[in-house]
Design a protein around this ligand. Structure first.
Ligand SMILES: Cc1cc2nc3c(=O)[nH]c(=O)nc-3n(C[C@H](O)[C@H](O)[C@H](O)COP(=O)(O)OP(=O)(O)OC[C@H]3O[C@@H](n4cnc5c(N)ncnc54)[C@H](O)[C@@H]3O)c2cc1C
Length: 459
């Protein structure tokens, strides 16, 4: 059902997809998602006419990746997932080469080779190539009915398998696995979630918050198998090519009709492998999002951006980081010197009505220099926790009532010393009014200046 509709989002055939030679691009962006779009817009703010092309393997106009679970659930139309109107590329004089994979980048002569045989020359290049889903090498993972869940196409494929009454096993109890579980429950699918750690969202939340999310999942009849992982995917007795079950490492078999791997993404760096562009876990960039190679920039899930909590560059695979990093990259590509102020791992999720927001150091038990303020006394599934170091917020977890999480995140991001009012941070009444006058005025003017900023969360 969704397959037919998603074709409507694809770029119609145009002159840009013919075999004619393509002139040199002033700016070339690989990737047409959060990072790529933010960079293109920043470039156009400074340079209205410089030749700009975006290449993306996915055949669609840019869409919100975080919304693919709502799309799969049938709660979202494709139109409402578009990041920008369909005429965005034309209006901004962007050559959009969609459904086109870059096969190779030549950093010396500044060329890219497209998989269809064409070449493009560039002066400034942005790698906004995102992440690729991790699929463990498991016996039987070639079988029909094994999926990942990171693209619109994945959602379409799972949608075809997700019929009422079927059972799907999700491997991974992280944010992607949980958002997928919600979509499947909506479609009447029986969901079994297998998580290697002893709790869901183990890297995003602390133990208390994980337990609240687990309760919400179990209330929806989702079976949670914690502390286990899959060993093999077996076929059906009547058709060995199709998934019939998952064997766990303890030998148990879970009969099912499909398996989805949702165990994370790895930065997509194959285009720079073996090149002069320095690679760590992701592409290494400066605060201006420039790689070790002049005129080559990177952002988003593919790059290691500055984390203001950990005070170092690391992978921060979240939407706002891709948008903000892409914007900085775009400005620098077009000639304005801008430094990225940094970000940190931040997660927000609404799990069957239970809202959670967490950022920074959520579990600080190994760090004796941290001070923890926590409150779960309301007893109605509401939980708030703030982690401080030297009177500055370095981590936060909000479950249930998340209304004040934005203000707390702002204080954390700006490294504000909260010594004078830290006890008030957990109060349900905490708000801008609680802050001392000078700080309140500063934060209000900051909020006004940021209004209209493109750095959304993809929703
Ligand atoms: C199901 C799901 C839910 C999520 N929910 C949230 C959320 O609630 N909040 C949040 O903050 N984040 C969320 N994220 C993470 C967020 O979507 C990513 O951090 C964000 O999309 C990263 O943007 P990006 O521009 O770096 O790369 P991507 O969005 O990954 O886009 C990269 C693009 O580059 C293309 N590409 C790569 N290599 C090539 C090549 N060689 N040639 C041509 N094209 C290429 C890819 O096909 C892709 O289209 C979610 C992710 C998923 C999968």
């Amino acid at each position: 059902m969704a397959t037919k509709k998603s074709r409507q989002l694809r770029q119609p055939p145009s002159a840009s997809t013919t075999k004619a030679p393509i002139p040199e691009m002033e700016y070339l962006i690989i990737g047409n998602s959060a990072g790529g779009i933010a960079a293109a817009e920043a470039i156009r703010e400074l340079d209205k006419n410089g030749k700009l092309a975006m290449v993306s393997e996915e055949p669609y106009f840019a869409y919100s990746r975080p919304l693919i679970s709502e799309y799969l659930a049938g709660e979202r139309s494709l139109d409402s997932m578009l990041l920008r109107p369909a005429d965005f590329y034309q209006r901004n004089k962007i050559e959009a080469l969609l459904g086109t994979k870059v096969a190779r980048v030549d950093f010396g002569p500044k060329l890219v080779e497209l998989e269809d045989g064409r070449s493009l020359a560039w002066r400034k290049l942005l790698l906004a190539t995102g992440g690729t889903p991790i699929v463990p090498k498991l016996k039987g993972s070639h079988r029909e009915g094994v999926f990942t869940f990171t693209t619109l196409e994945d959602a379409d494929k799972i949608g075809q398998a997700a019929n009422r009454g079927r059972t799907l096993v999700i491997i991974g109890g992280g944010l992607t696995g949980i958002s997928l579980a919600q979509a499947l429950v909506h479609r009447g699918v029986t969901v079994v979630m297998v998580e290697l750690m002893d709790r869901v969202l183990a890297t995003a939340l602390d133990t208390e918050a994980s337990r609240l999310v687990e309760q919400a999942l179990r209330r929806e009849q989702i079976e949670l198998i914690l502390g286990h992982t899959a060993k093999e995917i077996v076929g059906r007795p009547e058709d060995d090519r199709r998934v019939g079950g998952v064997i766990l490492q303890d030998g148990r078999t879970i009969p099912c009709d499909g398996v989805v791997f949702a165990i994370g993404v790895a930065p997509r760096t194959e285009l720079v492998a073996g090149s002069a562009v320095t690679l760590n876990r992701g592409i290494v960039v400066s605060r201006r999002m420039i790689t070790s190679r002049r005129d080559v920039y990177a952002c988003g899930d593919a790059a290691e951006a500055y984390d203001f909590v950990h005070k170092t560059n690391r992978l921060i695979p979240v939407w706002p980081n891709a948008v903000a990093g892409g914007r900085v990259a775009g400005f620098n590509m077009a000639g304005r010197r801008v430094s990225y102020e940094g970000n940190t791992g931040m997660h927000s999720l609404n799990c069957f009505g239970l809202s959670t927001v967490a950022a920074g150091l959520v579990d600080s038990k190994d760090d004796p220099t941290c001070e923890v303020l926590a409150d779960s006394s309301a007893g109605n599934g509401t939980y708030r926790k703030i982690v401080l170091k030297n009177n500055r917020i370095v981590g936060m977890v909000f479950v249930g009532d998340i209304e004040r999480s934005g203000i707390v995140f702002g204080l954390m991001k700006d490294r504000v010393n909260v010594r004078r009012y830290k006890e008030a941070l957990l109060s349900p009444d905490f708000g801008l009014g609680t802050l001392p006058d000078d700080l309140r005025r500063k934060r209000l003017s900051l909020a006004n200046s940021q209004r209209g900023d493109a750095s959304g969360n993809g929703r």
